[in-house]
Design a protein around this ligand. Structure first.
Ligand code: SAH
Length: 293
């Protein structure tokens, strides 16, 4: 299943004044959902019922008396949904270093991003991070974990293990704020490296190289990615090619969990005597972009 369709996001379709005869049936493309983002589109605000043109020629909502505050809330939600989508797109289309510089300059953006992210993820039937947390709980509590692109550090908050939570920026002092291509972790220091929907940057292979650097021999590499990014029928990468590139980095694929509708989970283990291939053919992971209208 693809994420819910954004056409539900009200207020996007323009109404023609006078409607009636001239009202065009929306074409299927104008109602098409954007390609899935890291998460389904934000909940929609219903279209404003009545519209008029103001002096600037922009359509403005004309709230009914008594409805003002709820309408303002909806407009705010739409604005922050738009801001979230812009940040999401930024993260998928720039390098980790650029993302780090961008978020470092305005740490508030991180809150905007994560408020939108949580909202959108609430529409997923299953959260990949919960699947990973359950997997960790059924394994060794003495393992040390590195959570690359930890977001709100849900892994650290829900397992007994020692967890290094890593993200671009955080107001949580336990989170290491850095570009995860270059962490301060020691070589061969962790048993599990997690990337839960976080292989976003255009230089994503360098994040996996960093995980390889910090993982102990036989350590686990657990990756959850948005299904559509790895769907070759829709412009996504071939999951086999993705796995193959990681095996060339020195890992073995132990299992692949494809039963979830929105994401695929890969469980790799670093080889005891891992050797990085001279040249690795990394497939491009399809960025989760929204269509411009
Ligand atoms: N893993 C969390 C959050 C996923 S959202 C969860 O599943 O809930 C993806 C996260 O990756 C975001 O918090 C984003 O800031 C982070 N991220 C993306 N690129 C990064 C980079 N280069 N370095 C560090 N964190 C990064």
């Amino acid at each position: 299943m693809e994420p819910p369709q954004e056409s539900a996001a009200g207020g996007r379709k323009r109404r023609r004044r006078g409607g009636g005869r001239n009202r065009r049936k929306p074409s299927s493309s104008s109602q098409q959902a954007p390609p899935p983002a890291a998460a389904p589109p934000p909940p929609s605000s219903p279209p404003a019922k009545r519209r008029r043109k103001d002096g600037t020629g922009q359509a403005v909502a004309t709230p009914k008396r008594g409805n003002t505050s709820s309408l303002l809330d909806k407009m705010r939600a739409r604005l922050s949904g738009g801001h979230f989508r812009m940040l999401n797109e930024k993260l998928y289309t720039c390098s980790g270093q650029d993302a780090f510089d961008y978020f470092k300059n305005d740490p508030n953006l991180f809150d905007v991003y994560h408020t939108g992210y949580r909202e959108q993820m609430s529409h997923w039937p299953e959260q990949p991070v919960n699947v990973i947390i359950n997997w960790l709980k059924s394994h060794n509590a003495s393992w040390t974990i590195a959570d690359f692109g930890c977001g709100n550090a849900a892994v650290a908050k829900n397992v007994e293990n020692k967890v290094f939570s890593i993200d671009l920026v955080s107001d949580d002092p336990s989170v290491i704020a850095c570009d995860m291509a270059h962490t301060p972790l020691e070589p061969f220091s962790v048993d599990v490296a997690i990337f839960c929907l976080s292989l976003m940057g255009t230089n994503y292979p360098s994040y996996l190289e960093e995980a390889n650097r910090v993982l102990k021999p036989s350590g686990w590499l657990v990756i959850a990615e948005v299904r559509s990014r790895l769907d070759p029928n829709n412009g996504g990468a071939d999951p086999e090619k993705f796995s193959k590139a990681i095996t060339q980095l020195g890992f073995s694929l132990v299992s692949k969990d494809e039963k979830n509708k929105m994401f695929i989970l890969f469980y790799f283990r670093k080889k005891e005597k891992s050797k990085v291939a001279k040249s690795i053919d990394w497939p491009q992971l399809k960025p989760c972009l929204y269509k411009r209208r």
